[in-house]
Design a protein around this ligand. Structure first.
Ligand code: ADP
Length: 335
């Protein structure tokens, strides 16, 4: 168990608190009870002193018996309180151990997620670095390296650097979390943010001769302008990446009763049912071996999208058929 020490410390801490309360309670109870017993004795003494037939010898004997009785009562009370505290100690230890496990579970899970994330991120960062390093080494060893080859090397290095940049900005985006975004929440036109995202992504689509068809209806939600535009762009980016050349992507912004929605629909490679439950996991990438060309990506886009949807209290629905295409629909509360 990874957190064994923490479990034990937390258990000890819980037990300590319970025992302090229990012992404090027992001491007060003992004090009050002893006072009561002593007070009872005082009253009896006065009573016997007023009876004329009781002489001093009998009075002393009675007093001695009463003193013994009182000591016995107090001893019995002490013993009972002692057993009571022993029982509390056993129960507190058992329940504190389970309570400590319950308290530590989310911490342990978060720790595991963080560890996995760091390992995956380091792995992804290493891949382009290793590629760059080996290319440079091979070229440096070549005494006949000419300017054309050197330029080719620089171009290839530049591509790797671009990958590193996009990876580090995705990692930063995830690390930043959603803490401060609510401050920038305002009435936002879903149409406007979608238009901005389409404008940004259109040149990339054109490189693959992909046509983006958009159908907008003016609808407003409460949110952060920039992250909503970022969200739409993630889906368009994926639609372009996973679609063949000369295909079409449809985007729609609309409303239904009190919800506003947008969808991005492509006619690309689609997603297998077995991959669907995992595509929002960080660094998860479905097997793209069906595709001849390698598709760039780190498996971070949809995790970022998911956290942005959560931030806006939205929901997402995916329809996808391998070989036919996918449709990602995101819904928000309309205002
Ligand atoms: P990336 O695209 O960088 O791999 P994402 O987190 O955006 O990472 O997506 C995770 C995975 O989900 C992708 O690797 C891909 O397998 C699948 N996926 C996402 N969008 C689509 C899409 N429009 N068509 C087919 N597969 C998709």
């Amino acid at each position: 168990m990874k957190f064994k020490n923490a479990y034990l410390k937390l258990t000890g801490f819980y037990v300590l608190i319970v025992m302090l309360v229990s012992i404090g309670f027992s001491l007060s109870l003992y004090k009050i009870s002893s006072n009561e017993i002593d007070r009872g004795l005082g009253k009896q003494n006065n009573l016997f002193q007023n009876i004329p037939s009781i002489n001093n010898t009998i009075f002393d004997q009675l007093d001695f018996l009463r003193q013994r009785q009182i000591e016995e009562s107090k001893a019995s009370l002490r013993l009972k309180l002692y057993y009571f505290n022993l029982l509390i100690l056993i129960l507190a230890t058992i329940s504190s151990y389970f309570l400590a496990q319950y308290t530590m579970k989310p911490i342990e899970e978060a720790y595991d997620v963080q560890n996995r994330f760091t390992a995956d991120a380091s792995h992804e960062l290493r891949t382009p670095l290793t590629a760059m390093r080996s290319e440079i080494e091979v070229n440096l060893r070549d005494p006949k390296l000419n300017i054309q080859e050197a330029k080719k090397l620089l171009k290839s290095n530049l591509e790797e650097i671009a990958k590193l940049e996009s990876l580090s900005s995705a990692l930063l985006r995830l690390a930043r979390g959603n803490d401060n975004f609510h401050k920038s929440f305002q009435r936002v036109s879903l149409t406007e943010v979608t238009e901005i995202a389409v404008l940004k992504m259109r040149p990339i689509a054109e490189k693959k001769q992909i046509l983006i068809e958009a159908d907008y209806k003016e609808v407003y939600i409460y949110g952060d302008n920039q992250s909503l535009s970022e969200l739409v762009a993630i889906f368009i980016d994926n639609a372009i990446k996973y679609s063949p050349k000369n295909s079409k992507i449809s985007i729609k912004v609309g409303q239904n009763k009190d919800t506003a929605f947008f969808y991005v629909k492509d006619h690309g490679i689609g997603i297998k049912a077995s991959d669907l439950p995992h595509i929002f996991e960080r660094f998860y990438r479905a097997d793209h071996s069906r595709n001849k060309e390698k598709i760039d990506g780190y498996g971070l886009g949809l995790s970022i999208a998911n956290s942005l949807i959560d931030l806006h209290k939205g929901t997402i629905n995916i329809k996808s058929q391998p070989g036919e295409g996918s449709q990602f629909t995101v819904k928000f509360k309309r205002i």
